[in-house]
Design a protein around this ligand. Structure first.
Ligand SMILES: *[C@@H]1O[C@H](CO)[C@@H](O)[C@H](O)[C@H]1NC(C)=O
Ligand SMILES: *[C@@H]1O[C@H](CO)[C@@H](O)[C@H](O)[C@H]1NC(C)=O
Ligand SMILES: *[C@@H]1O[C@H](CO)[C@@H](O)[C@H](O)[C@H]1NC(C)=O
Ligand SMILES: *[C@@H]1O[C@H](CO)[C@@H](O)[C@H](O)[C@H]1NC(C)=O
Ligand SMILES: *[C@@H]1O[C@H](CO)[C@@H](O)[C@H](O)[C@H]1NC(C)=O
Ligand SMILES: *[C@@H]1O[C@H](CO)[C@@H](O)[C@H](O)[C@H]1NC(C)=O
Ligand SMILES: *[C@@H]1O[C@H](CO)[C@@H](O)[C@H](O)[C@H]1NC(C)=O
Ligand SMILES: *[C@@H]1O[C@H](CO)[C@@H](O)[C@H](O)[C@H]1NC(C)=O
Ligand SMILES: CC(=O)N[C@H]1CO[C@H](CO)[C@@H](O)[C@@H]1O
Length: 805
């Protein structure tokens, strides 16, 4: 294996991308760049889920991790929030993002969609699009096709104008139209087929000079290349012999919903999937996600997708290396790149040993590369292969670049495990959370409660889909009506039940200016029925219902047709007589959003200090705004805010939304813990000195525990097997201060509880101390020559280290 090879490839790519146009072609084996076959190792990074300041370091860490391409979707609803009004500023600067990829000499894969799914609000479709008359999304519908073409053309032209396609000397080597349509196409019948053909023709008409792909589209029309998405794609074959085997989404982990436990995909399993894919003729693989990032603002889809989109990706939400995953894959990438010529040009021969054990030999120009694959999830197997015995652990792939020496096994992790710590904000006097000084004010809805609203947004005698009224400008919509009763009315003075049938996701009810109850949809459902007893008084009774959504759906056939909010019926029921008043067709007055949103109570430039109070800070109170200030933490480490204690709402720093908050409890692994506690504050959002943090609390919480922290590596643990080189590093300029454990021998236990085994090298601790203490990183050859003789007469010894940064 040779890291140098990887470097040479990247440098060549860099030179090509700056100097000249590249010709991208392909056949059944691979993509070719200017006639040369290329193994593409790509990772997804979605530009709106980080900030322009983070992009260079994210892309650099991807490159150091052995990737040669970055893939992204394009987010239509973010770019065209109102029809024909565009936003490509800040973290929506697509051109700058692609140029950042280019600057580092990597390729780019542009998945335009414009439907993206991506756990993104409404799958990336603007809500105004859904509100257009006579439209049906994602099918052979003229209104939709016109809008899709209008946006797609804008993006393609933008890329062309900046010369970003490889055919123009730019980094983009592949583009995608539509997305995962094959899964749901049958629901659209003949129109679905016609639409896919239209998409293919539209894509071709742009003449971008690079191939187009359609993922999960088994019948992709020529010359669209169909590609695979999934946890494993080794068994996938494209629908035509001349299409290469491309894996557009190898899921590095999974997204997280409010109330779900943290998803985890072990490094070994991910490496196994990649190893299998290339063992069986893969040519292009993309990690979904390589960096997941954060759903800022109200970009989370869902419903109920969390603000964190960490995805257990090789780079964590904040951009730190997620170790050992990042390092374990880096080693795999280096081996794969070193043998790419044989993989892509060679002749392949598969040998089946039964029991899910197989070998694959690629021969090219007199040299061979071999894979030993064991897909049996419970048993290791020893096979005699070309006169040598190899033991291949369960569920693993071994790569022998010369068909003899084991350079890599997907189950043997030699990279360090980093244990991240959250350090108090040393810049702030308020190291203790109780020292943060809070001001607060109530959300002002007096006129709503009393039904005296003057500036309503709409009045009609129907219950409407929330989207149709808000255009997605807010997650909140008020539905208000009056119920007039005279003395002859049988309901007067009686206890009757108010029954509201709603389609999600949260309902707060006020009757005659009193809060009478709230209900949250449970367990990921949308619909529920709210019931509460009320007493009608003679004359006018005022009912005000606040409906709130928690991310619009992003997946499934016709997902866009699902209506949200209070769709009814809304009834009053007298259970003593079974008399019912259906008030669904009353006159309903609508008001979009919260007063605080309208006043921009989160914007430091618009804060009206007179409205805020520092006295009697309320806790566990609904509809409260809180604000405080904090100093910018020193250094470069990522910054987070601990929102333990908060319920549901939203948080802003210096006027920028760091996302919705929701204390949905995670009750699969850590019962009683909120499913999300730490919210990322990108350093780009911070001022030089003092910052304003504003919280909106919808269901009740306390800000007294809120505190600002920085995240860094606190401790590292590692295992390394003989013959490898163990590299250990801290982060952010911190140095190794203590080696808590080091033993080379038959070590037992796991990180935090390592124990000496039957035998060990007497020197291992002092050798490691000498090599690492006082350094930011160190590199240790795992050999008896370096660490001293172990005296173990077995094959299972390893070096285990636990060190403190
Ligand atoms: C919508 O379609 C109907 C029936 O085809 C047609 O009468 C109406 O004019 C269309 N409305 C718009 C705004 O295009
Ligand atoms: C998109 O639509 C607008 C009108 O709404 C039109 O001016 C513009 O030319 C269209 N763009 C394309 C590429 O068709
Ligand atoms: C895994 O190996 C064991 C032992 O050889 C065998 O009994 C089992 O059937 C294998 N499992 C699969 C899925 O092949
Ligand atoms: C491999 O192992 C088998 C079973 O232990 C043994 O019979 C064989 O001789 C070994 N082959 C080599 C090349 O060591
Ligand atoms: C929503 O959009 C429609 C049409 O695009 C417009 O008429 C309406 O005023 C908008 N409503 C709000 C609340 O922005
Ligand atoms: C109505 O219900 C309230 C509380 O549920 C109760 O206190 C009151 O006595 C009831 N009134 C009648 C007339 O049933
Ligand atoms: C609520 O509305 C849904 C959908 O319209 C309907 O299926 C359900 O029966 C309704 N439930 C009640 C209690 O009215
Ligand atoms: C009201 O309806 C319920 C369910 O249909 C029934 O069990 C009950 O006897 C009815 N009560 C009266 C007072 O009619
Ligand atoms: C979604 C998907 O592609 N799933 C596939 C993942 O890989 C396994 C094993 O190769 C298949 O059985 C799944 O269908």
């Amino acid at each position: 294996m040779s890291p140098c090879n990887a470097l040479v490839v990247l440098l060549l790519c860099a030179i090509f991308s700056f100097v000249s146009a590249s010709e991208i072609t392909y056949d059944g084996s691979s993509l070719m760049i200017d006639g040369e076959r290329q193994l593409i190792l790509s990772g997804s990074i979605h530009y709106p889920r980080s900030t322009p300041q983070m992009w260079p370091s994210l892309i650099q860490k991807s490159k150091e991790g052995g990737l040669n391409a970055i893939e992204t979707y394009v987010f239509w609803n973010a770019h065209e929030p109102s029809r024909r009004q565009y936003d490509f500023s800040g973290n929506l600067d697509l051109v700058r993002f692609i140029k950042t990829i280019q600057d580092q000499g990597l390729h780019a894969i542009l998945r335009i969609g414009p439907y993206v799914c991506a756990e993104w609000n409404f799958g990336g479709f603007p809500v105004w699009l859904h509100n257009m008359p006579n439209i049906t999304l994602r099918t052979n519908n003229e209104v939709f096709k016109n809008e899709m073409q209008n946006f797609t053309t804008l993006i393609v032209n933008m890329m062309k104008d900046e010369k970003l396609f490889a055919s123009q000397g730019g980094p983009i080597i592949l583009a995608q139209i539509e997305n995962e349509y094959g899964n749901i196409m049958w629901e659209y019948g003949e129109d679905g087929k016609a639409y896919v053909n239209w998409c293919a023709e539209l894509a071709q008409s742009y003449n971008i000079g690079v191939p187009w792909i359609m993922c999960q589209q088994d019948d992709a029309p020529e010359p669209m290349i169909n590609t695979c998405n999934g946890f494993y794609c080794d068994q996938f074959s494209p629908n035509r012999k001349n299409s290469p085997k491309i894996w557009t989404e190898n899921w590095s982990g999974w997204f997280k919903g409010w109330g779900d436990s943290y998803p985890h995909r072990p490094a070994e399993d991910l490496a196994f999937a990649v190893g299998r894919f290339f063992q069986y003729g893969g040519s292009l693989m993309n990690y979904y996600m390589y960096h997941g990032g954060t759903n800022f603002g109200h970009t989370s889809g869902g419903p109920y997708i969390t603000t964190s989109y960490d995805y257990d990706a090789p780079l964590d939400e904040y951009g730190n290396l997620n170790q050992p995953k990042w390092g374990h894959l880096k080693e795999l990438h280096e081996v794969l790149i070193s043998v790419q010529k044989a993989l892509l040009n060679g002749e392949r021969r598969d040998i089946d040993y039964g029991n899910m054990m197989s070998a694959t030999v690629y021969s090219y120009q007199g040299k061979s590369v071999c894979f030993l694959g064991n897909a049996n999830s419970s048993n290791a197997f020893t096979v005699e292969f070309e006169n040598t015995n190899y033991t291949v652990p369960a569920w693993s792939v071994t790569i022998l670049p010369d068909c003899f020496t084991e350079a890599y096994n997907t189950a043997k992790v030699n990279s360090q495990t980093s244990i991240m710590v959250k350090k108090p904000n040393a810049a702030d006097d308020a190291e203790e959370p109780s020292n943060l000084k809070w001001d607060w004010k109530n959300e002002d809805f007096e006129e709503i409660k009393y039904g005296t609203v003057v500036d309503s947004d709409l009045t009609t005698s129907e219950l409407l889909d929330q989207k149709a009224v808000t255009n997605d400008t807010s997650d909140y919509l008020w539905y208000m009506t009056s119920i007039v009763v005279d003395e002859k009315d049988a309901f007067v003075g009686k206890n009757v039940t108010l029954q509201v049938n709603t389609s999600g996701h949260i309902l707060h009810a006020f009757f005659n200016s009193k809060h009478i109850g709230s209900k949250l949809a449970q367990n990921g459902h949308y619909d529920f029925v709210f019931e509460q007893d009320v007493q009608l008084t003679l004359g006018t009774n005022q009912l005000s219902l606040l409906s709130a959504t928690v991310g619009l759906p992003n997946y499934g056939a016709n997902f866009d047709k699902r209506a949200d909010g209070i769709l009814g019926p809304v009834k009053l029921i007298d259970h003593s007589t079974n008399n019912t008043k259906d008030i669904s067709s009353n006159e309903w007055i609508y008001k979009v959003g919260l007063q605080g949103q309208k006043l921009e109570s989160y914007n430091p430039q618009k804060l009206n200090e007179a409205e805020w109070s520092s006295e009697g800070l309320p806790t566990n109170k609904m509809f409260v705004w809180y604000k405080t200030t904090f100093k910018t933490p020193l250094g470069e480490e990522p910054v987070v805010v601990d929102l333990l204690g908060l319920g549901k709402g939203e948080a802003w720093v210096n006027g920028k939304s760091i996302g919705p908050t929701y204390k949905a409890e995670n009750c699969r692994t850590n019962c009683g813990e909120p499913s999300m506690r730490w919210y990322h504050i990108p350093r780009e959002f911070l001022n030089n000195e003092e910052n304003v943090l504003v919280l909106f609390e919808e269901i009740g919480g306390t800000p007294s525990l809120v505190n600002i922290r920085t995240i860094t590596v606190g401790k590292v643990c590692a295992n390394a097997f003989e013959g490898s080189t163990l590299k250990l590093s801290c982060q952010g300029g911190k140095l190794f201060s203590e080696i808590k454990f080091a033993s080379f021998g038959e070590t037992e236990g796991t990180c935090g509880s390592f124990r000496k085994g039957r035998c060990e090298s007497a020197n291992s601790l002092s050798v490691i101390e000498q090599a690492c203490l006082g350094k930011e990183s160190c590199s240790i050859p795992v050999t008896e020559a370096f660490l001293g003789p172990t005296g173990c007469h077995s094959e299972i010894y390893r070096l285990a280290v636990e060190a403190v940064c």
